[in-house]
Design a protein around this ligand. Structure first.
Ligand code: IFM
Length: 438
């Protein structure tokens, strides 16, 4: 593949989606425990109570990663395991788990990349207002400091927040994810408070000598349904692609935050504290039209001319390339890591014992080629993490979508590598023999 020297191949997961063991070793409840146990919130009443039982089976999962030959593993640290109340006393046993995992990864030659917030807010903080409250940002910085105090000597890369736009939109505006609030445009303070949390956490992490710190955003190229719908596409772009990036990389908000009373004058300098990399999560583009009614400045319209994944998401690798070009032209970028890219399909194990997920191989192949083009054009991309190592709890869709390179039988917890696992392993092995000096 001729990738730059030091390029990192990885796989990604998140705590609530795989760990299970929600009541063990002093872990406190998170908003996702509450949400998934509320009837009607998650498809078929699925919860993360057991998930992939990774909390107990992590050595087997690390062995699977070692078999893939990945350079790095992106996981998340569950705040409610480390600080069950979201503030105050530390739960040593919670930190011990990540200590064991990190040591296990290092012993296998895999660099740990830790996300500090992948949506599992301690419930007591939500009870006090959650991300609508400025105080949550300070609590997050404290938690970040505690995690780094224990792990910064061995964790190689830190991601403060994962996809804060999803928390604001799905969690607080539309209520389809935890905590299930339907504040619509009144949810905007949650955007600012998460960004402030990010900036404060960067300082806290640096204070504990953490290496390589960044933020991961979800991006979706905005396509106007017709030339007349361009204002709707621009409005979506401002919310989805710029709201959580402009303040970090440009030190200012896009127009939609103009005169927001919850933004204090000193906050933007904190939010724009330099980072070492930007994490990019890409899955699909979005088509927008002028809204017929409702409070939002856009309507989402189905994209029908492209094949889709099991989630119904259009498969458009060229939109991934255009996203990378747009980011490069819009900002003076730090190095990029593709911290998530992948797809779900209803993968089953056939009578021959094989999970033939050729569609996933095609998806990954096309997207990795798009990334490769971006690298050839000079965009500084340092790594690629597939979502996900394992089939796992896909939020409000429960266990129905399967995103893994490894099939999980949730009855037995048996892991079965799919065809894509062998394909990714071979890709990594062959790219190793062909690196080029940076
Ligand atoms: O499963 C999620 C992940 O938690 C965040 N990014 C998108 C993935 C697929 O929906």
């Amino acid at each position: 593949m001729g990738l730059p020297e030091g390029f990192r191949w990885g796989v990604a997961t998140a705590a609530y989606q795989i760990e299970g063991a929600v009541g063990e070793d002093g872990r406190g409840p998170s908003t996702w425990d509450t949400f998934s146990h509320t009837p009607g919130r998650v498809r078929d009443g699925h919860t993360g109570d057991v998930a992939c039982d990774h909390y107990h089976r992590w050595p087997e999962d690390v062995a699977l990663m070692a078999g893939l030959g990945v350079d790095s593993y992106r996981f998340s640290i569950a705040w409610p395991r480390v600080q069950p109340a979201g503030s105050g006393p530390v739960n040593g046993k919670g930190l011990d788990f990540y200590d064991r995992l990190v040591d296990g990864l290092l012993a296998a030659g895999i660099a740990p990349a830790a996300t500090l917030y992948h949506w599992d807010l301690p419930q007591p903080l939500e009870d006090a207002g959650g991300w609508m409250e400025r105080d949550t940002a300070y609590r997050f910085a404290e938690f970040s400091y505690l995690a780094a105090e224990r792990l910064a000597d061995r964790v190689d890369m830190w991601i403060t927040l994962n996809e804060p736009v999803v928390v604001t939109a799905y969690g607080y505006a539309f209520g389809v994810y935890a905590p299930g609030r339907t504040l619509m445009l009144d949810a905007l303070p949650t955007a600012h408070h998460q960004l402030l949390a990010h900036g404060l956490a960067v300082h806290a992490l640096r204070g504990r000598n953490a290496r390589t710190i960044g933020l991961t955003n979800h991006y979706s190229p905005a396509w106007a349904a017709s030339p007349d719908d361009q204002p709707a596409a621009d409005a979506f772009d401002g919310f989805m692609n710029r709201l959580f990036t402009d303040p970090v990389l440009l030190g200012r908000y896009p127009d939609l935050m103009d005169d927001a009373p919850f933004v204090r004058s000193e906050d933007l300098a904190v939010i724009a504290t330099p980072i070492d990399f930007l994490g990019v999560n890409y899955y699909q583009p979005t088509r927008l039209a002028t809204p017929s009614e409702g409070p939002l400045p856009f309507d989402m319209v189905d994209i029908t001319e492209h094949p889709t994944t099991g989630m119904g998401w259009p498969i458009v690798p060229e939109a991934f390339l255009s996203l990378l070009r747009t980011l490069d032209s819009r900002y003076d970028l730090p190095p990029l890591y593709i911290t998530e890219n992948g797809c779900s399909f209803p993968d089953e194990i056939g009578p021959d014992g094989v999970a033939d997920d050729s569609s996933r191989i095609d998806f990954l192949d096309a997207h990795i080629k798009a990334m490769r083009t971006a690298i050839d054009e000079g965009i500084d991309i340092r790594g690629y993490y597939t979502w996900s190592l394992l089939d796992n709890f896909e939020w409000s869709e429960g266990y129905h979508p399967r995103f893994g390179l490894v099939h999980v039988d949730y009855e037995t917890q048996k892991r079965t590598p799919k065809k894509s696992y062998a394909w990714y392993r071979d890709l990594i092995a062959s790219s190793r023999t062909q690196t080029e000096p940076r």
